[in-house]
Ligand binder design. Structure first.
Ligand code: BEZ
Length: 186
């Protein structure tokens, strides 16, 4: 019985009623990427728009921590979120993490400048999801008008050979709790 109810909830979440000029119909709605899902194949940008990094390729045969932030240079991201991963980078690498990646809906020049300002070299890679394509594909996008529009919720995930092994999305979208480095369990 419980199984039936949770399955019904899951199906309801995957479908949303939408309205068209031909009447009501069911249309699929994205769902937050979950443990066991494959990371989507999306090009991100490192340092400049000419330097593409495909996130699925990057995770191939490697174990990564990926964390997403609402914006470069914002107080919460600069004072808490990113520094936590920089501080723990060596520990994570000793525990078998090959790369730590920070993703934000910003342009690659801004991400690069933010990374330099924070001293990420050799510790955290700064990837720009310029058009929010990856952020939307994993369904962690939100409208954050104070930062100008579509941005990423705050999240962290572990991805092993392209498969999501851990996923933590902040329940209030931008808070600093479950997505922090201290909460990662390798
Ligand atoms: C922050 O400080 O991280 C923040 C500021 C404004 C909007 C979202 C996040």
């Amino acid at each position: 019985m419980t199984l039936h109810i949770s399955r019904a909830i899951s199906v309801a979440r995957r479908l949303s009623l939408s309205c068209s000029n031909r009447g009501f119909h069911l249309s699929p709605r994205a769902m937050v990427i979950a443990i066991g899902d494959k990371i989507p194949s999306v090009d991100l940008f490192e340092d400049s728009p000419s330097n593409k990094v495909n996130i699925r390729d990057l995770t191939s045969q490697k174990k990564l921590i990926i964390f997403g932030v609402p914006g470069a240079f914002t107080p919460g991201c600069s004072k808490t979120h990113l520094p936590g991963y920089i501080e723990k980078a060596a520990d994570f690498k000793r525990q078998g993490i090959d790369e730590i990646v920070c993703i934000s809906v910003n342009d690659p020049f801004v991400m690069s400048a933010w990374g330099k300002d924070q001293g990420v070299e050799g510790k955290v890679r700064m990837l720009a999801d310029t058009n929010a394509e990856f952020t939307k594909a994993i369904d962690v996008d939100m409208n954050l008008a104070v930062l100008g529009g579509t941005r990423s919720k705050r999240y962290s995930m572990i991805v092993d050979d392209g498969i999501v092994k851990e996923m933590n999305v902040e329940p209030d979208n931008t808070g600093l709790s479950c997505s922090l480095a201290d909460h990662i369990k390798i």
